[in-house]
Design a protein around this ligand. Structure first.
Ligand code: TYD
Length: 142
């Protein structure tokens, strides 16, 4: 299981830092939706789902958090703690987000509009779909 973490180009000068992200260039898909999480309560763990086709890039633009990725075969934990780091998550990964610092702002760039029917929220169902080969990756990086 490969974890794809980007280090985005920082345009820094004496005034500070700036990161610019363009679809199909810095981001490997067209960006149809942006959302962000903040004021996440202490000890909260969220996510607990996979997607049938959605691709995402997660950027902790302030503070820090951890992401647990689970392919159904293997689990990996990734820390996001820099505003220029982006974690790519393909459609077929179970994800859980936790250990949010109180100041964390987790920005998500998504390849599709919100669609509840794209969610797999039952872990046992996710494992069955992986086992049956129903969740082929649509990873843009491949
Ligand atoms: P939810 O899917 O529970 O967040 P997560 O699983 O990532 O922790 O989303 C919380 C609420 O926000 C839920 O009522 C659905 C709504 N929502 C939208 O309306 N649009 C979106 O793009 C997202 C991600 C969530």
């Amino acid at each position: 299981m490969q974890v794809i973490k980007y280090a985005f180009q920082q345009h820094g000068d004496s005034r500070g830092q700036l990161v610019a992200l363009e679809e199909m260039k810095d981001i490997p898909f067209t960006i149809k939706r942006v959302y962000y999480m903040y004021d996440t309560g202490e000890g909260v763990r969220r996510g607990y789902h996979a997607h049938k086709s959605l691709e995402q890039i997660l950027i902790c633009i302030h503070g820090s958090c951890k992401i647990m990725l689970d392919s159904g075969f293997e689990k990996k934990v990734v820390s996001l703690e820099k505003p220029y780091e982006g974690l790519y998550i393909s459609n077929n990964m179970w994800r859980e987000m936790y250990d949010f610092s109180s100041d964390a702002v987790l920005l998500v760039l998504a390849s599709e509009l919100y669609d509840e029917s794209d969610y797999i929220r039952d872990y046992e169902e996710f494992l069955k779909m992986v086992e049956r080969g129903e969740l082929d990756t649509n990873e843009s990086n491949e």
